[in-house]
Design a protein around this ligand. Sequence first.
Ligand SMILES: Nc1ncnc2c1ncn2[C@@H]1O[C@H](COP(=O)(O)OP(=O)(O)OP(=O)(O)O)[C@@H](O)[C@H]1O
Length: 619
Amino acid sequence: MTARTTAAPARFTPRTALGASLLLVALALPLVLPLFQVTLLTNVLIFSVVVVGLVLLTGVIGLTSFGQAAFMGVGGYATAILSTRYGWSPWLGLLAGLTLTGLVAWALGLLTLRMQGHYLPLATIAWGISLYYVFGNTPALGGFTGITDIPPVRLLVWELTSPRQYAYLALAALLLVLWLAGHLLSSRVGRAMRALRGGPVVAEAFGVNNFRLKVEVFVLSALAAALAGWLYAHSQRFVNPTPFGINAGIEYLFMGVVGGIQYLLGAVFGAALITQLREVLQDFLPRLIGAQGNFEVIFFGVLVILTLQFARRGLWPLVERLLPQDRLRILPPGPAFPERPKPAPGTPLLSVQNAVKQFGGLRAVDDVSFELRAGEILGLIGPNGAGKSTMFNLITGVNPATSGQITFAGQDISRAGAGTIHRLGLSRTFQHVHLLPELTLLENTMMGGYARGRAGMVQSMLHLERAEEAALQHEALRQLQRVGLGAQAFDLAGNLALGQQRILEVARALVADPTLLLLDEPAAGLRYGEKQELSALLKRLRDEGVTILIVEHDMDLVMNLVDRLVVMNYGQKLAQGSPAEIRENQGVREAYLGVDMTEPQEQPGHNPPGQEQRAGGAA
Ligand SMILES: Nc1ncnc2c1ncn2[C@@H]1O[C@H](COP(=O)(O)OP(=O)(O)OP(=O)(O)O)[C@@H](O)[C@H]1O
């Protein structure tokens, strides 16, 4: 895909009008506010740049960092040293600061981003503290006294010495960062970033290289902090370690959490709120209490706890709810993605030979062999603990097999990663649905086509990937139509009932143009009618030539759907054959003691209450 589509003409929506009005207000503020307030405004704009970086890192991909202020320090000190000691232009100082911060962040990211759970936040605290003491204890950096007489930034012929002029530079920097981050989030890479929050298995199943993406976002958020550090250094014309210490790092996180850590504008809102509040409280609280002290910090602590308790997503979503919303813009159709060649019906597609998976002393999969041919629906069934999910994980690359061989599309995938297997043409759904409830059905479906695109982070931030995005949009729309969800393409996935969520996952898997579709217990938790719909869809897909492997508990659904079955019990293959053969198999009957294998297990109107679930909790 090389040709570029022309972007759809920009629309002047109520939201655009609101944005333009706010921009006009922002442009007027440095002219009309008293000088003291202008300095405060500049600080808000600078802090917002740091918090936007935190939105990407913490809010979107879920990695908590207390160390952003330290990266700000690297950017600030780099320009301070180069401009005061070596006479470099501040613009070269910016370039050097960004480069140095990028390298430091990249090295720290490689070292720490494989850490799970609370180890990463602890590591960010560790380097936050270390860098603070590096700044304070290095005589060449001025020790704790810092570096003074930093020259002002020169813009063409203007030297930005007045706070009013400088506010415009900070505003331009923030707008640039918001523009880039907004583009990133509405791109292929942005959707992959959001998928990372669903857990490593989810993003990898779409072909995302999780670790690489985490490192890239980490570096990006550090670069935002470095830009803020540069702005800060030339606005104050002086640096010392205090604004780059761990306390400041915690405060940026506060701003994000209170404002809304998942929202770009939440970053600005939080930075403005906390900075303004600090000013007011620093003045008001000592007078109220009758003693001097940093009482505002106590107030912020309480504010964060209350926000986490009563508005977990921060305050911005409460504002956002009142604002006009824009519908996702559909780009004009361009060249479509090339289709993957499909094997002729009946040719062996997946072959499992003597697969073994050992967990300590337990053989969860014990010498299992079977084959799947193109064009068929194969069911993998068995009682609880039989080893079906483990087998599913071996095929999808979530876990490697201990021994044995699995080949797919002619390639040995026994030890391949999930992303590699996906790129060979295998797409999957999840036993517990993994959707992004705050995104539309269309955007969720587009996630499935990640591996068909190529655009990286820089292209995405500049929106130079619109041709690819257009192809993805139109392919996702086509697949939504195919599964019967076309009319709801612009609804939020969080509003769907569980049955539709599972169908949406099928559409998402189809966007990858797979040769094999793997469904992990797709009927779990569905009502009778929903199961019927799902079954009808899967039969239709089979008729269209899609090959399906389904792991399922629901005997009624499976028996009426599949061409062949493989039955597992205690990790071993118990039987294989057509549904009719399996029904008559004595061993299977014994393994399924008590389950009626001839009659449907559920009738319309006999559903257990409360089975209908919604995406908000499931994703
Ligand atoms: N990561 C693991 N570590 C240790 N044991 C495991 C692991 N995963 C699965 N097992 C064990 O392997 C056996 C097979 O589990 P598996 O989940 O594959 O069965 P299943 O047929 O999918 O069961 P269910 O239908 O209840 O999901 C079980 O005894 C389970 O406890």
